[in-house]
Design a protein around this ligand. Structure first.
Ligand code: ADP
Length: 253
């Protein structure tokens, strides 16, 4: 195998982030292979969302480095350039817990906003692609609706389509079903599972451990800003090696 073929889609080394005196990420290492689904699990406050936000450029890490297969290594312990940060930001797209749709825009406008305004793609192309993606998740008939006219599950499916429309290398999901009523969770998980089966590379923060077991190639358990344990979903979720992992998974499974 050539060096490029063996390069992970994403490599994160020694990622660190503090808010004031609170060191939220102490030293996080992750590697995600192309087509792999990595599930990040752990107690509330362990730093999972902060990892995703650092990858997506929504937070600036204090140290460590991040590299995508096709891009430069961005070293946050040195001064980074805007160009480096932009190169990271454009490689991933985030699906938020609370959807984060623009309330004053229709479903279609929400989906094409990034491709047209940020990526400068032709509006007609963006619209055609957005319509296809919305059709795919069963929302073709809702393109002219406003977010408040949709259920939470429908809004989150728009959130997923909005991320896909950016054609990222990596999809980041931040507890995508935790704001939903239980009866709406299934539809969203089905879409995520289909994307995983299609070969999308993703990092998924979730409390849905049964789903993580079903869909993930690797599970990473974080606590207190460090990775406590990682491995195959069956091992981490069924036969954890570490006490902290065991206590966490037994509470939730
Ligand atoms: P998780 O996703 O595992 O629940 P988070 O990454 O959301 O954890 O948060 C980790 C810790 O960082 C928490 O203690 C949280 O309060 C703190 N934190 C997150 N964002 C900020 C922020 N913008 N300012 C101050 N503290 C923050």
């Amino acid at each position: 195998m050539s060096p490029t073929e063996s390069a992970p889609m994403l490599r994160v080394s020694d990622l660190q982030k503090s808010f004031g005196d609170h060191q939220v990420l102490r030293s996080i290492d992750l590697a995600v292979e192309p087509g792999e689904v990595l599930a990040l699990i752990g107690p509330s406050g362990s730093g999972k969302t902060t990892v995703l936000r650092c990858l997506n450029g929504l937070e600036h890490p204090d140290g460590g480095n991040v590299a995508f297969a096709s891009g430069p290594v961005v070293d946050f312990s040195a001064k980074t350039t805007k160009r480096q940060r932009d190169s990271l930001r454009t490689r991933s797209a985030m699906v938020f817990q609370s959807y984060n749709l623009f309330p004053h825009m229709t479903v279609l406008q929400n989906v094409i906003e990034g491709p047209v305004t940020v990526q400068k793609r032709k509006r007609a192309d963006a619209v055609a692609e957005a319509e296809q993606l919305l059709e795919r998740v069963g929302l073709g008939a809702k393109k002219a609706a406003y977010p408040h006219e949709l259920s939470g599950g429908q809004q989150q499916r728009v959130g997923i389509v909005r991320a896909l429309a950016l054609k990222p290398s990596l999809l980041l999901f931040d507890e995508p079903t935790s704001a939903l009523d239980p009866e709406l969770v299934g539809d969203v998980l089905t879409v995520i599972k289909e994307l995983a089966e299609e070969g999308w590379t993703m990092v998924l923060v979730t409390h849905e451990l049964a789903f993580a077991r079903e869909v993930a190639d690797e599970v990473v358990f974080m606590d207190g800003g460090v990775v406590v344990e990682r491995g195959h979903p069956d091992q981490v979720l069924r036969e954890p090696r570490e006490d902290r992992t065991r206590q966490f998974v037994h509470r939730l499974l």
